[in-house]
Write a protein that binds this ligand. Structure first.
Ligand SMILES: *Cc1c(COP(=O)(O)O)cnc(C)c1O
Length: 386
């Protein structure tokens, strides 16, 4: 296996964990569409016994992801939520988890509607202010769950400061790195213990796969995670693993364009008369801009904005007025998407509650794709001309 440890992200994306197929020389990792593997004698096999436990296509992807996050172990799952589910199963009833308050709705639902029933306790705090973290820690705290940038308000949490604040306390720091992608941010380098991804988003990048991943460095944690991955069985299939490996080969090029287009659209919106406020961490007056500068390579393609007058009717006009930005859930694909958090991702949160965190009725979220910037701006310009 090539050693890619000292290579740049772009090179690792194409080479880490990947070798030509030894039986044919195929340069692309084959889709090993098989459930089982023939043994010469009981226990005498070539490293694979059954595809829930391990599959060569999935393993190539897992090794590649581990390298991209500067970790040692990668594990893939049938979805991002399945990855979180597996990680939480390493905890025990009575354990407490402190989480970002402004987090992905599906994670919030999994925490409060599924795992609370099994005796885990979740506290949701604003982790952009570390004083909230210290006051929430108890002797039962076993994990801190950080999502940064947050959805949809684009707050940035200082991963290294959180890691420093819990150092020596036997608390695991988990980071949902979905919004940034490993191209923009590598939390393990900042002191996180485990990184989680919804691969469905930027890593897959083409809106054609649902998948999740965990990456860590610690041997004992990895052993536990492999145990739960195999015991609970929420693994992705070889075809999807192949599609994601293919997507990863262009991740850095896609991310550069997502960032470039995002930057131009953020500035276009900021100067638009009908736009009240733009949430994008690249602005110098963004409250966590300096943290973003220090832990991210660039600012990504996710932008939220509110409208002057804050009327839902106006937001709905914009949402139905765009032709290139498609109205849909999800993010991180090559094509641009537009969404309305108050009635889509955050609909289950009471109005008063969501408005406290900035999710007002006119808030619109964009996942800026990699189309030509002039076409995207023209599309928004027309839609804002209501
Ligand atoms: C989509 C998403 C998830 C859940 O991932 P799935 O692949 O949809 O299960 C978790 N966290 C964030 C930030 C997401 O955007």
């Amino acid at each position: 296996m090539k050693n890619t440890d000292n290579l740049q992200f772009e090179t690792k994306a194409l080479h880490a964990g990947l070798e030509p197929d030894p039986s044919t020389g195929a340069i692309m990792t084959p889709i090993f569409q098989t459930s089982t593997y023939v043994q010469a004698a009981p226990g005498d096999h070539k490293g694979f016994e059954y595809s829930r436990t391990g599959n060569p296509t999935r393993q190539a992807l897992e090794n590649n992801l581990a390298a991209l996050e500067n970790g040692k172990y990668g594990l893939c799952f049938g979805s991002g939520l399945a990855a979180i589910d597996t990680l939480l199963k390493t905890l025990s009833p009575g354990d407490e988890i402190i989480s970002t308050n402004d987090l992905y709705g599906g994670s919030y639902r999994l925490f409060t509607k599924v795992f609370e029933k099994f005796g885990l306790k979740f506290t949701f705090v604003d982790l952009t202010d570390l004083a909230n973290l210290s006051s929430a820690i108890t002797e039962k705290t076993k994990m801190v769950w950080v999502e940064t940038p947050t959805n949809p308000m684009m707050n940035i949490i200082d991963i290294k400061s959180v890691a420093d604040a819990i150092k020596g306390k036997n608390i695991l720091l988990a980071v949902d790195n979905t919004f940034a992608s490993p191209y923009l941010q590598t939390p393990l380098d900042l002191g996180a213990d485990v990184v989680m991804h919804s691969i469905t988003k930027y890593i897959g990048g083409h809106s054609d796969v649902v998948m999740g991943a965990l990456v860590c460095k610690n041997d004992a944690l990895a052993e536990q995670l492999y145990f739960f991955q195999n015991s609970c069985g929420a693994v992705p299939g070889p075809m999807d693993s192949f599609l994601v490996l293919r997507g990863i080969k262009t991740m850095h090029v896609r991310m550069q364009r997502h960032c470039e287009n995002g930057r131009q659209i953020a500035h276009f919106l900021k100067d638009h008369a009908k736009v009240e406020k733009v949430y994008w961490p690249g602005f110098e007056n963004h409250p966590n801009h300096n943290v973003a500068l220090s832990q991210m390579r660039d600012f990504g393609g996710m932008i939220s904005f509110s409208l002057v007058g804050n009327r839902k009717e106006d937001a709905l006009k914009v949402l139905s007025g765009t032709k290139l930005f498609s109205l849909a859930e999800s993010l991180g694909g090559v094509e641009s998407l537009i969404g309305h958090p108050a009635s889509m991702t955050h609909a289950s949160i009471p109005k008063e509650e969501r408005e406290k965190s900035g999710v007002v009725d006119s808030l619109i979220r964009l996942s800026v794709g990699i189309e030509h910037i002039n076409d995207l701006i023209q599309d928004l310009e027309k839609a804002l001309n209501y």
